[in-house]
Design a protein. Structure first.
Length: 176
């Protein structure tokens, strides 16, 4: 029984180390060959919860075997219960909340106030042009007007002063 428990414990620890340290690199190097391990069915079949439960089963079995006088069958049953509880705890305390967290690349026009942009299409004193603003990991092009009522040449660096009616009102930045 000790071999079974030790195998589960060491296997789980190795899985955790390899997935944390080399996970992304292996996925890229093997071109997604290990994607089948993600078990995209039910979220309770997550490898994190399953391997976590198996690892705890191994550790609990070793400890119960060493520090209690229970028989082998009792130790296996108790270790299974402890591993099941641990896997369930990992699922409900880590995996489920992470599934419900929002990950979005969206932005709000009102959130662009104070951002630096580059003029793509020259902005006339009383008209509209176009600016490019870096948002997150990408860029967005927006309609812009001069806040100060002056011409702004293409390529100029500007700062967004305010946003009104889906138009960015910008002022040129003079860095000299």
């Amino acid at each position: 029984m000790e071999t079974l428990f030790m195998s589960c414990l060491v296997g789980g620890i190795l899985y955790a180390l390899i997935s944390v340290v080399f996970g992304d690199w292996l996925g890229l190097a093997l071109d997604g060959a290990l994607d089948f391990l993600s078990l995209d069915g039910h979220s309770w079949l997550s490898p994190t919860a399953l391997v976590g439960g198996i690892t705890v089963f191994g550790g609990a079995g070793l400890m119960l075997e060493k520090y209690t006088v229970f028989g082998s069958a009792s130790i296996v049953i108790m270790a299974l219960l402890i591993g099941l509880i641990a896997g369930t705890a990992v699922f409900f305390l880590y995996i489920k909340p992470m599934e419900q967290s929002e990950n979005s690349i969206a932005f709000s026009l009102n959130g662009l106030s104070g951002m630096v942009a580059e003029v793509l299409t020259p902005i006339p004193a009383s008209g509209y042009g176009e600016v490019m603003v870096k948002v997150g990991a990408g860029n967005t092009n927006q309609i812009a007007a001069s806040f100060d009522g002056v011409d702004i040449a293409g390529g100029a660096k500007v700062v967004v002063i305010e946003v009104k009616d889906s138009t960015l009102y910008v002022s040129e930045i003079d860095l000299l």
